[in-house]
Structure formats: structure tokens, C-alpha cells
Design a protein around this ligand. Structure first.
Ligand SMILES: *Cc1c(COP(=O)(O)O)cnc(C)c1O
Length: 239
């Protein structure tokens, strides 16, 4: 299916979820997750107006990044805005920072220090989401909810990092409704952190919801949803 077709269907679902929750469409950003697809398909997404692109590994992302953003001649406005959504190894920070605008997977102090160091060299400030494991599943990445406030305090001196929200991945559920508790827990955590942490004044965003569960995530307050298979498809199923 064409991305245009997929996006139209996704937009209808987003609109319906906003309607149910009494939310405004413009308060939700859509990240097209291109990790499953080719350079050409990634270009198709961007050419259709999906300017926010998400990748989870630099090794797989680099050909797409170079094809769409590597050309020095392009104006900023003619380029995608990249979101790094996968777990980030410290030794990949030099590749990712400066190329990806947003980091969704800040989950430890050593990573924060590495991002800060690289970003200071480049003279930039990196907006980051703190990845949190609210579902309690041991297979999921992210810090424990109770560690978020002390973590914010520990990175408050790292001036090249701007914490802008929390990110989580819900476990896959055959019934999307079963993910609601996870998304609600992330929203309540954000609200609680904002009240109790002096370092959380801009911690407003919630990066949550994927192809299977984004409608529930929107109902629970997502401000960024990360859509791969439903929007750009997967290479192996012929898109
Ligand atoms: C792959 C991935 C997505 C998108 O997955 P779909 O289910 O295909 O929408 C979203 N977020 C993260 C962190 C991912 O790794």
C-alpha cells in the first residue's frame, strides 16, 4: 500500500481517538518509524509530508540518513527531523548526536554524560525523553519509575541535555485495550514528576504508542506516537 493511503487511514484513527479523548490533533506528533524499510520507501514517507522519521539503530539508519540529510546543499527545511528511538550504546553517541534531533531512549547517567559531552563540542542542546519501564516487564528497557526524579537531579548540571518528556514501550497485547494501564501510568508519572522535581519544568511530552496501540496511547495523553508497520509498512511483507 502507498504511504499516502496508509497515512490517510492512520489520520482517521488519530482523529477518532482525539475526538474520544477531547484532545486537539495538533498536540500529537507522528514519527514515521522507517527501521523496517528501504531508502526509497523512507524518501516516499518524507515526500508525502512525514517529516519526523524514527530509527532505532545507527547501523541501519545511516544509509537513509545520508540519502535524505547528508547533502550539505539542502536547506534545513528540505530535510527530515530525525528521532533516535532505540537503545543507544555510548560508543554510538558520536554518530547519532548532531544527526538525530531527538533522543527517546535516555536511560542512564553514563549515556547522559556522553550525550552532553558530544553536544557541548557541537554547541547544541539535545532534547531527550527519559525512557521508563512502567510495565515492569524485565525484557523492556528503561529506568524504574522511582528513579526518574533522582535521575533528573543527577543530570541537571548537564546543560547540553534538555529533558522534554518520558518515553515507554508497552508490551505487545493482542487486545490493544490491555495496554491502557501502561500508558496511564506513564502520564501519571509525568504529572507527579513535574510536581515534585525542580528540574522538570519542561518535562511535558509523552512518547508512547506504536502501530498496535497508538489509539489507546492518544486517549491516555501521548504527544508523540511512533508508527512503523501501519504507516510505512515492513519490507518483508511487500509493504
Ligand atoms: C519499531 C519501533 C516502533 C514502531 O513499531 P511498529 O509496531 O511497527 O509501529 C516504535 N517504537 C520503537 C521504540 C520501536 O523500536
Amino acid at each position: 500500500m502507498s504511504i499516502q493511503h496508509n497515512w490517510r487511514l492512520v489520520e482517521q484513527k488519530i482523529a477518532a481517538a482525539c475526538e474520544r479523548a477531547g484532545r486537539r490533533r495538533e498536540d500529537i506528533g507522528v514519527i514515521a518509524v522507517t527501521k523496517y524499510v528501504s531508502v526509497d520507501r523512507t524518501k516516499e514517507a518524507f515526500d508525502n509530508g512525514l517529516i519526523h522519521l524514527g530509527e532505532n539503530r545507527w547501523q541501519d539508519a545511516q544509509s537513509k540518513w545520508h540519502a535524505l540529510s547528508g547533502d550539505e546543499g539542502l536547506e534545513e527545511a528540505g530535510k527530515p527531523i530525525w528521532h533516535f528511538i532505540g537503545s543507544l550504546q555510548t560508543n554510538k553517541v558520536k554518530d547519532v548526536i548532531g544527526r538525530f534531533t531527538y533522543i527517546h531512549s535516555l536511560d542512564r547517567l553514563s549515556l547522559a554524560e556522553a550525550i552532553h559531552k558530544r553536544a557541548s563540542q557541537l554547541g547544541i542542546v539535545v532534547p531527550c525523553f527519559i525512557q521508563t519501564n512502567v510495565s515492569g516487564e524485565s525484557s523492556k528497557h528503561g529506568m524504574e519509575p522511582e528513579d526518574v526524579v533522582p535521575f533528573l537531579a543527577s543530570i541537571s548540571g548537564l546543560s547540553s541535555i534538555q529533558p522534554i518528556g518520558l518515553m515507554t514501550m508497552a508490551p505487545y497485547e493482542a487486545e490493544p485495550e490491555d495496554t491502557r494501564g501502561v500508558f496511564r501510568a506513564l502520564r501519571e508519572l509525568r504529572d507527579q514528576v513535574r510536581q515534585t522535581s525542580p528540574h522538570a519544568e519542561r518535562l511535558e511530552h509523552l512518547s508512547m504508542g506504536m502501530s498496535n496501540d497508538f489509539e489507546v496511547a492518544i486517549e491516555e495523553g501521548a504527544t508523540w506516537i511512533r508508527l512503523g508497520s501501519i504507516l510505512v509498512g515492513k519490507e518483508e511483507d511487500g509493504q
